[in-house]
Design a protein around this ligand. Structure first.
Ligand code: ADP
Length: 246
């Protein structure tokens, strides 16, 4: 039986003036996958993710998430997806519990706040200001907020950037729990060890194009000699090819 496709991207492009940020990417993501998006800085990962979230409009091509067209059915989709916002200015002046309550109030279908607080181990920090928390706790708060509407698809744009190993591990634990619940997770990261350990499949984006995609093992098998790590895949595909033959 064919697995359920939750995200389908078909020949999507996006330019900012003369910068062709995304140049004809097609990919699909199955229900329950942890799908990684990797590539050098400026490759177009955030632009791609933002188009999938419905935050940015593609110039051409089509994107459907949960069978809904992201442009035409944006309002419906908003209630079904979770977006990890960067924990900066948006909830700077509020406490963790206030931020959670506020976002909780935006949705009709929600998950219990107590459950989310438990999942993200935020109990000790509920009365602390978000901006006073460590980077790891801010990211956990942002992830908790992304879960308030009990989303079927969760988008995480570099959630572990700048975090120390313990905080990274805690964040991936939550991602793993979400996967076990059957959620689909799209995540961009620069940490190849994380990709190798946690991602079911990976898209390598280079200069706005899909350079390669597959499971970490499949990508590693494409390396000369057929072995190595995702770090080697990244170096070979994303960096050395960049500007040479990609
Ligand atoms: P990544 O997430 O892989 O670092 P981005 O999607 O942020 O890549 O950027 C892709 C390209 O588009 C880069 O050249 C970047 O400078 C450019 N870019 C991104 N956002 C904008 C914007 N709002 N306006 C103009 N150029 C942008």
């Amino acid at each position: 039986m064919k697995n359920e496709q939750v995200i389908e991207v078909n020949d999507v492009t996006k330019s900012y003036g003369k910068v062709q940020a995304v140049q004809g990417i097609s990919l699909s993501v199955e229900k329950g996958e942890v799908y990684g998006v990797i590539g050098p800085k400026g490759a177009g990962k955030s632009t791609l993710l933002e188009m999938l979230m419905g935050v940015r409009k593609a110039d051409s091509g089509s994107i459907s998430v949960l069978g809904l067209d992201v442009d035409q059915e944006e309002e419906t989709l908003k209630h079904k997806i979770g977006i990890q916002l960067q924990a900066t200015s948006l909830f700077d002046r509020v406490k963790v519990k206030e931020a959670l309550k506020q976002f909780h109030s935006y949705y009709n279908k929600t998950r219990s706040l107590d459950e989310i607080i438990g999942l993200c181990s935020l109990q000790p920090y509920l009365n602390k200001y978000v901006r006073k928390l460590s980077g790891g706790l801010q990211q956990r708060t942002a992830l908790a907020i992304a879960l308030v509407n009990d989303p079927e698809v969760i988008f995480l744009d570099e959630p572990t950037a700048g975090l120390e190993p313990q905080a990274r591990a805690e964040l991936w634990d939550i991602v793993q729990l979400m996967k076990e619940e059957g959620k689909t997770i799209l995540i961009s990261t620069h940490d190849m060890e994380e990709v190798q350990t946690h991602c079911d499949r990976v898209a390598v984006v280079v200069e706005g194009k899909l350079f390669a995609s597959g499971t970490p093992d499949e990508l590693i098998a494409q390396l000369p000699g057929g072995d190595g790590t995702m770090e080697d895949v990244y170096l070979q595909m994303a960096v050395f090819q960049n500007g040479v033959s990609a």
